[in-house]
Design a protein around this ligand. Structure first.
Ligand SMILES: *Cc1c(COP(=O)(O)O)cnc(C)c1O
Length: 351
């Protein structure tokens, strides 16, 4: 027997009952066209570019994203970084001290931090040796209170993408929501799952302007999901969660997609070059894992030692040796050519 997916069965009771905050600006956004005056929000009326509250629905940013990604605006929610988006998802669907989530270490650290903050049990099911999800074990770990399964693809820190078959199977078999974190999708040969949103009502895709789009400093995370899910998240987000300066910088940048594409192409080419160079670089580098991201995971003889040696050369990378399946592994971000050369010189110099 197949039961229809119903989002209402997953939403927390208090969230269902919530009456969202509403601002007058939600209804009368366009100051210039309406020729209205705004005496509703106790702002300072002297114009300086940011004296007004920002658009709570970030319409101009969403218009651009909608065009670029070919996704309807009603399927988009923006947050103060992916971290806020992920936190909103926890708060909408996970009942503290009752529900649980499933994560697949080694992976992005924020899922478990947010689980702890929200008093949600985190059931960890390690990836396989090939860094792919172990479907049977994941489904066995799930119960009626398993609200969210976090899939990070391409995965941080391993760099690989999960197979289409694995993701599809989990989307079909897992009874809760599947959050697919595509923070690194623009560096990958694999296709985004965005165009399949309509096919899977339990799919939430998160992306970010922090990586390929070169805007880590403005904090803008993007969530794509069914309009039912987006509506729930919209009801609980702080009304002005994306500030005016962030919206302005995002709009500027999104109008220059060619520039972004060009940078991404350069980083992919540097990544591939760096991988080859690292493989022939020094005997203590045992393995350089394939990567669909803008970083490489490297297995060395002694990660702590090599990490500290690089610091002596003024090169800061990430030591991942305490992560499961990542013993003696280091994660290196792909820099500009000169930075990668400096990394390689340091790696060749150390004994
Ligand atoms: C860097 C990263 C993010 C980005 O988070 P922001 O809060 O948007 O900067 C999200 N997920 C993963 C897996 C990441 O590595």
């Amino acid at each position: 027997m197949k039961t229809e997916f119903n989002i209402n069965n997953l939403i927390r009771e208090n969230i269902k009952a919530l009456k969202p905050y509403s601002s007058a600006r939600d209804e009368y956004k366009d100051i210039s066209i309406n020729k209205m005056i705004f005496l509703d929000a106790n702002e300072n009326p002297f114009e300086n570019g940011v004296n007004r509250y920002p658009d709570p629905q970030q319409n101009d940013v969403k218009d651009l994203l909608s065009k670029i990604k070919d996704v309807s605006k009603e399927n988009i929610l923006l947050g103060n970084g992916s971290d806020e988006v992920l936190d909103l998802i926890f708060r909408a669907f996970c009942e503290p001290n009752r529900d649980n989530i499933i994560t697949l270490p080694p992976t992005y650290g924020m899922y478990s931090v947010l689980a702890n903050v929200n008093a949600i049990e985190n059931r960890e099911v390690l990836l396989g040796e090939d860094f792919q999800p172990r479907i049977k074990q994941i489904l066995e770990a799930a119960d009626a209170n398993s609200k969210i399964l976090f899939l990070c693809s391409p995965n941080n820190p391993t760099g690989n993408s999960f197979t289409v078959a694995a993701v599809e199977k989990l989307l079909k078999k897992f009874k809760g929501l599947v959050v697919l974190d595509e923070a690194y999708i623009d560096f990958s040969e694999e296709k985004s799952w965005l165009q399949k949103l309509n096919k899977f009502p339990n799919l939430i895709i998160t992306q970010t302007l922090s990586k390929a789009y070169g805007l880590a400093g403005i904090r803008l995370g993007v969530c794509y999901a069914s309009k039912e899910i987006i509506k729930v998240l919209n009801n609980i987000k702080p009304p002005y969660n994306v500030n005016e300066l962030t919206q302005q910088r995002a709009i500027e940048r999104l109008k220059q997609i060619d520039e972004i594409d060009n940078e991404v192409a350069q980083l992919i080419s540097e990544r591939n070059r760096l991988k080859k160079e690292l493989e022939g670089c020094n005997g203590y580098i045992e393995k350089v894992y394939p990567s669909d991201g803008n970083f490489l995971l490297i297995k060395v003889d002694d990660a702590n030692k090599r990490y500290n040696q690089l610091i002596e050369y003024g090169v800061v990378i990430r030591n991942r040796t305490t992560q499961p399946l990542c013993e003696n592994c280091l994660r290196v971000s792909v820099g500009i050519c000169e930075e990668n050369q400096r990394l390689l010189r340091a790696l060749r110099a150390i004994k």
